[in-house]
Structures are given as C-alpha cells and as structure tokens.
Design a protein around this ligand. Structure first.
Ligand SMILES: Nc1ncnc2c1ncn2[C@@H]1O[C@H](COP(=O)(O)OP(=O)(O)O)[C@@H](O)[C@H]1O
Ligand SMILES: [Mg+2]
Length: 678
C-alpha cells in the first residue's frame, strides 16, 4: 500500500530489507532496555492526555479589527507516553511541532498564559505543582553559564547551592564523580569562555550544563534539543552519553532535531511529534514496522529519522501541500492510536497507576543551604566571574572617569567671580553629577544582566540571540537556576547588589577625585568626601532601579526607557534647577519629596556653596543686580530655603532610597515569581 509519500515507491523488497536491517537494532535495544524481563524498573514516568491551549489574538496590533478578536490555539493535543528507568526517550519533530512546550508542560514550567490539562505521574503517583521542580531536572536548549568560571568552579558553586549537608570535601568528590561521568576531567580547569575569548567547546559546554543537573542525582532528566548547534559527531557523542546516563537507572527524555541514523540503535523509545500531537511513540523496531504497515517503508541507506519526521510534518508552503500533508499526518496519528503499540503503552500507564504498593516519588537531593549561605555562595560566584572580566572591570571603573574628563574639559577651572560664571558653572557641575550618574549605573546593569558583560549592547539583537549564541547573561542564569529551585531570584538580586557595590564605590571615587580637585570645587577634604558620598547614591540607584525593573519587565528596551524617563522626571521635579522649588505647583512640590534628586541636589548645593564668598568683577557690560549675590549662603537660602539646617536629614533621606529600592526589588521579584509559578 503506497501512500502519497514518494520514497515509499522504492518497492516492497526495500521495505523488507529495511525491516531486516532494523531487526538487529531492536534486539540490541532489548539488551540494555529495562524492558528486559529480568530487570524491574525502579522508576516510571507516565504522561497522560496532556493538552495545552492558549488564547491568542487573531491579528497584529496594527490591524485593530482582527486584533480585537481572539481564538483558541491548541498547542498540545492529548499527548501520552510512558517511560521506565533505564530508558531514553527521543522526541523528534520538526520545528514548531511542540517539543519544547511538551517538556515545559511535563516539567511543570509552562507559563500561566494557557490552559493545561492531563496528568504527569511518577511511579504511578500524580505530581503536584510544587513537586515538579523537586523531581525533574531540565536542561534547557541554551547553555546559561558564567563565562569566566572554570568547569570545576561552575559545578562546585552549583553543588554548594544545591547540597547543604555535604562538607567541602564531599562536594569536591561529588563534582569529581559527575565530571568523570560526563568525561569533563580534562577540561576541569578551563574557563567556560564566551564569544570574544576562547573557552571550552560547544559540546563540552553542553556537558557542563548536563553535569550541573546531575549533581542533585535526579531520576528523571529532561533535555531540550541538547544537540542543536553542535557538529554531528559531538551531537552523536552527547546522545550516546545520555543513553549511558539512562542505563544507570535514570529516565532520560530528550527532544532532538535531525539525529544521525546511527542513533537509531541508541534510543530505547522514539516519539514523533507533529502539530502538537504524538503521532508515534514506541521502540525503534516497532517504528519501522508501524510505518511499513502504513505503506511508508524506510528505503535502504536512508535515515529513518529524517524519513519519518518528513512523513509526519505538515508542509505549509502552499494550501494544497498543506491539505495533503495534514491528511497524511492525521491518518498516521489515527493509525497509531488504534495500534497495539498505543494500547500497550496505555496499559503500562494504567498498570503503574493500579499498583497498590507504589514506590515513593524519587525527589532530587535537595538539602538547600540556608538563605544566608546561598547569598554567600552567589556573591562569591558573581564576584569571581566579574573580577576576571578584565574589560568589564576596566570599563566599570573608568566609565565615570571618562565622563568626568568631558566635564573637566568643558568647564576647565571654576572661578570665584560671578561675572565669569562662578555660580552658573557650579550649578552646572552639580546638575551633571546628579543627572548623569544614574545612566552609567543603568548601562552597567544592562550590560551585565542582558549581555553577560562580554558583548556591547549595540552589537546584538536581543537577549534571546545572546542565549542562543552562548553568551550568558546574569538574568538568563538566574531565571534558569531559580526555576531549578536552587535559589529565589531576589537572593540573586541581593548578591548582585553586594558584588557591584565595591566597583561602584571605587568608580565614583575615581570620578569625584578627578572632577572635584581639577575644576577646583570647595577645597576641603570633608566636603569632597560628602560630594563623593552623595554622587555614589544616584549611580547605585541607576543600577538598582534597572535591576528592579528587569525583575518585573522582560523587555530590556522598556527597562532602559523606564529608567531614563524616571531619571529625567526626577531631575526636573526634584533638582530645583529647571524650575525653582518655591515656584512649582503644590503637586510637583509634593512629588519632589519622592525623588532622590531633591535630597542629592540640596546636599551638593550646600556642600559647594556654604561659606563661599564670590567676587564681582568690574568688567563693562555687567547686568544690573548680577553682583547682588556675593556669598554662597545667600544663594542656598534663595533657592533651597532651610537646606543648611537639613543637611544631616537630607543625607539620611538620600541614603534611605537604597534600602527602600532593595526592598522594593525583593518584593517585586517575589510577586513576579509567585505570579509566574501559579
Ligand atoms: N505560550 C504560548 N503562546 C502562544 N504560542 C505558543 C506558546 N507556547 C508555544 N507556542 C507555539 O507553539 C508552537 C510549538 O512551539 P515549541 O514547543 O517551541 O516547538 P518546538 O520546540 O517543537 O520547535 C510554536 O508555534 C509556538 O509559537
Ligand atoms: Mg524547541
């Protein structure tokens, strides 16, 4: 029976040969598969009738009539399969067939945007929402690793985050064992590497990601396209390695794109997905028989994976092809659902549910350290990574200085003569110092969180491009590890703040030392220290605010714009430079108390102007009244009445913004985590 698939026309002789050649595979599989009657699997994973639907807008936002309408899109349709420990299930399917969504769904990581139905059982016990994270290890498609750590350091830090009761020597032993299991010993002391400096290879990076998950001894490991982007030999090695991991009494579920034909003999179970449906799931030998029975034999010298994935894919290039290929896919899926293979699989699911004495759910080793020790580990890890980033550190320390050079070059030397800009220049410097510092902070946060501190933001398209290309970003890492249950995002947020603080202090100190003494601001060391202390705050706030917004909003462009607008609004309302405080409407006056710029500018004005006496030259063309303000205190009283008496209070208020923002950050991260996980 030859269907529309052209290659099937090779004839029944070829079919028979292919069946013959894959018989060998089937037999081979039996030797390592736990389907072997002597081996009783210690763990099983049953996925039963999992469906996922999302509600989507029909058209884009610029086409309003269709944008207003919604339709329900079925992404997964009644997916069921059963895998026992010792087995590796390979899920094949063309791009967009729903492989990643399926893994997300069965690992409990699917967002709350859609409706998820169905059951996931381990050892016949239905998993509750909070148990997914503790049961499954999930290796994402992209490797999110810190570029400047070595392989051993990466795994050791992960082990410290995951395992508490282990002593340092036990952790070292564990890391050594995992590295040996994944053949990483030879690169233990090599750095992970990034796009602009060499490190370990792509295949080794994949193995480090897998190793990180193995530290907690998971029984069920899910991997999303672990071979994508690797050369075919490395991809082969990774799959063979995963099969070996499965043989050690684990369940491995792996989605894969275009595997080599040799891998046919490596998988214990193969599933093919198309349009969100499982069109086949069974042993490799069964697959050949099943497709041959449907009239689609695998021709000799052809890769069965390619042939069967092509057969079951829907070609959307033109409507006729789409209809033909959709019908073919549908026929195959129906044939599979009425086959003995499917019935047997449902039987296995039911059997595992009916066992009276069900084994417990095998949770990962989860002896998390206390919150404080996690913070310590996260701090040491981020600090080590950043301190090895020579260019990152250099830019962090010098960016304020470079900006200070511009100001100095422009202002040169401050004068005491009012007619030569003594007042205006000083106010200009204060305005610049307060107004620009948050931007440098913001850029630092964006560079490290979104671009991994390696690639300047302008060179790349976005965060997703980054992760795909292997340049890790702190945010991607914290997203992944918090989903793995290693820590909460707010803990990473705190560690991040602590680790940037020394760099911020040094950077601002370099900037203020240079600017303050070069342009000749009030020559008193205590005032210089106050000046430095004040401008440190907007710099740190810029970085903190960016982090807080990043925790809530995913789009970095929105974050940049948000921080920039908040800063512009703050300096307008709070500084009193654009419009004097006394002249502002009451609502703006009240709003100004919520801006750190109000306290900062007041402090800097007092620091610079208090006790300063000006001269007034007798050059021709002096505007009448220009020389009326001959001392700094009069200027303070006129623009900022009472500021002299509020000095300490202003300092407290200014610094209070830091813990307030940290608190706001922690709360917003917690709320977001709660909303996303629900
Ligand atoms: N939350 C969602 N909202 C809308 N569409 C989604 C959502 N999640 C997945 N999809 C869509 O489902 C399809 C399958 O996606 P995916 O699982 O990533 O495929 P694969 O991993 O096989 O390439 C894609 O067309 C994708 O756009
Ligand atoms: Mg995918």
């Amino acid at each position: 029976m030859n269907r529309s698939y052209s290659l099937s026309g090779e004839g029944t002789e070829a079919d028979a040969r292919s069946k013959e050649s894959f018989k060998f595979v089937s037999e081979k599989m039996a030797s390592h598969s736990p389907a072997n009657p002597d081996e009783v699997p210690t763990c099983s994973l049953s996925v039963s009738q999992v469906s996922y639907t999302v509600s989507e807008r029909v058209g884009p936002w610029w086409d309003l009539p269709s944008y207003r309408k919604r339709w329900t899109r079925q992404i997964l349709t009644n997916v069921s399969f059963h895998v026992d420990s010792g087995q590796i299930l390979g899920i094949l399917g063309n791009s967009g067939s729903g492989k990643t969504t399926l893994l997300d769904a069965i690992s409990g990581r699917i967002g709350n945007t859609g409706k998820l139905l169905g059951e996931v059982c381990v050892n016949g016990r239905k998993l509750k929402q909070e148990q997914f994270q503790d049961c499954f290890s999930y290796v994402l498609q992209s490797d999110n690793l810190l570029s400047y750590l070595t392989v051993e350091e990466t795994l050791t830090f992960t082990a410290h985050l995951a395992l508490r009761r282990h002593s340092s020597s036990a952790i070292r032993k564990k890391v050594g064992m995992v590295m040996a299991e994944l053949s990483l010993g030879h690169v233990a002391h090599c750095v992970i590497g990034g796009r602009v400096f060499p490190g370990i290879s792509g295949g080794e990076r994949r193995r480090v990601s897998i190793a990180g998950q193995l530290l907690q001894d998971p029984k069920v490991i899910l991997l999303d396209e672990p071979t994508t982007g690797l050369d075919s030999m490395t991809a082969n090695q990774i799959v063979v390695l995963l099969a070996n991991l499965a043989k050690r009494d684990r369940i491995v579920v792996v989605t894969i794109h275009q595997p080599r034909s040799e891998l046919f003999r490596v998988f214990s179970r193969i599933a093919i997905m198309s349009q969100g449906e499982l069109v086949f799931c069974g042993q490799p030998g069964e697959m050949v028989d099943f497709f041959s029975d449907q009239g689609y034999g695998c021709p000799e010298y052809c890769n069965p994976f390619d042939i069967y994935v092509d057969l079951t894919s829907v070609d959307t290039r033109c409507s006729e092809r789409q209809a033909t290929t959709y019908n073919r896919m549908h026929d195959i899926a129906s044939a599979y659902r009425s086959s003995e293979i499917y019935r047997r699989m449902l039987g296995r699911i039911e059997e595992s549910r009916q066992v009276t004495d069900k084994p417990c759910i095998p949770f990962k080793s989860k002896e998390s350290p206390s919150g404080l020790s996690k913070l310590g580990v996260l701090f040491r890890r981020t600090m080590r990574n950043l301190s090895r980033d020579r260019m990152g550190v250099l830019m962090r320390l010098s960016q304020n200085l470079i900006y200070g050079l511009f100001v100095v070059f422009f202002v040169m030397k401050l004068d005491k003569d009012v007619t030569k800009g003594a007042v205006q220049d000083r106010i200009g410097i204060i305005y610049q110092a307060m107004g620009a510092s948050p931007y440098t902070g913001m850029l630092n946060a964006v560079a490290l969180c979104e671009y991994g501190g390696v690639v300047p933001p302008l060179w790349v398209g976005g965060a997703e491009t980054q992760s795909v290309q292997g340049v890790p970003a702190v945010r991607a890492i914290s997203d992944q590890e918090s989903k793995d249950g290693l820590y909460h995002k707010w803990q990473m947020f705190l560690a991040y703040i602590f680790h940037i603080l020394p760099f911020s202090i040094i950077s601002v100190f370099i900037f203020s030392s240079f600017l303050y003494w070069t342009v000749g601001m009030y020559p008193e060391v205590s005032r210089f220290l106050c000046f430095s202390g004040v401008i440190l705050v907007p710099h740190v706030i810029g970085e903190l605010l960016t982090l807080v917004l990043m925790g809530v909003v995913q789009d970095p462009n929105m974050v940049n714009t948000g921080v920039a607008l908040l800063n512009v609004a703050g300096i307008m309302v709070g500084s009193g430079f654009l419009r004097s405080n006394q002249q502002m409407p009451t609502v703006f006056k009240m709003l100004s108390y919520l801006t750190f710029q109000k306290y900062g500018c007041e402090l800097l004005i007092v620091t610079e102007f208090h006790g300063l006496n000006f001269t007034c030259g007798d050059a021709p063309g002096i505007i009448p009244g220009q020389c009326m303000m001959s001392n700094g205190d009069a200027i303070i009283e006129q623009g900022y009445p009472g500021a002299l008496t509020r000095y300490t209070q202003d300092f407290i208020m200014l610094y209070a913004f830091l813990p307030a923002l940290v608190l706001l950050g922690i709360i917003s991260f917690k709320i977001r985590d709660h909303l996303v996980r629900r």
